[in-house]
Design a protein around this ligand. Structure first.
Ligand code: SF4
Length: 244
């Protein structure tokens, strides 16, 4: 798919969702135990509405069409539950991609949540998302109330429109949607918090974002992520003139 920067992430979400979903199935390329959060059963997917310069899964998200294995929610839940049982984990997540690209991938996610919750009621599912589609279509969020074991971590990418566009490759006007998702989730009483790649910003810029979040009625604390400096990540950041 030809991609010109900056792109319209809504258009990209639709195109990518068409590539990575088939009926209720979604493309995944790996299932693994991962050390994060003290141990978490992880399903690695492909396909994102953004194309962040620092994405550790950049090439797979640039070319999701190279993958061919579609998994149903039942197959995903079975694989994750198997890993969790073997490793005595209670945490679950989807990584490497954006779990919610549109309504079809949202329904796939909801079914995975339901199946894991049914089999392991003491589990916690950490939804790592860029928050874009959830903020664009906030009526979806109500559905999350059925899952008290859900925690939503929204990666904000930038501190303002300019840095958002530079990092994600998506047009700057769409910066507001992840923030809308956060505010709505908090309003619904769903556990959610923002995250930001701390290595890319000065302390005063991060403080400015924290003030901005509070002024916009987002009360949860900002988590700072740390950059994984793979050579291709540094190369992609250089191409977009992003300094660490
Ligand atoms: S939002 Fe996440 S998965 Fe998507 S491109 Fe950015 S870092 Fe990668």
């Amino acid at each position: 798919m030809a991609l010109e920067f900056p792109f319209d992430p809504l258009k990209r979400s639709k195109e990518v969702e068409n590539q990575v979903t088939r009926d209720d199935k979604r493309l995944y390329y790996r299932f693994r135990p991962a050390p994060y959060y003290g141990g978490i059963a992880t399903a690695d997917a492909v396909g994102c509405s953004f194309l962040c310069a620092y994405c550790w899964n950049y090439n797979r998200n640039l070319h999701p069409e190279r993958f061919k294995e579609f998994y149903s929610p039942q197959q995903v839940a079975d694989k994750l539950l198997h890993i969790a049982k073997k490793k005595s984990y209670r945490l679950f997540r989807i990584s490497g991609a954006e779990p919610v690209l549109g309504e079809r991938s949202f329904l796939h996610l909801i079914e995975v949540l339901r199946l894991i919750n049914q089999s392991k009621p003491d589990s916690l599912f950490i939804l790592e998302t860029n928050g874009f589609f959830l903020g664009y279509k906030t009526d979806l969020l109500e559905k999350f109330r059925e899952f008290p074991n859900l925690r939503v971590r929204i990666s904000l990418k930038g501190i303002d429109q300019k840095s958002f566009e530079q990092i994600t490759g998506a047009q700057k006007d769409f910066f507001r949607f992840p923030l809308i998702a956060l505010r709505e989730l908090e309003g619904l009483g769903i556990s959610a918090w923002p995250a930001l790649m701390g290595d890319l910003f000065y302390r005063n810029e991060i403080s400015k974002l924290e003030r901005f979040l509070r002024e916009n009625a987002i009360r949860s604390e900002l988590e700072l992520e740390f950059l994984e400096t793979y050579p291709f990540v540094l190369e992609n950041m250089k191409k977009r003139s992003i300094k660490i």
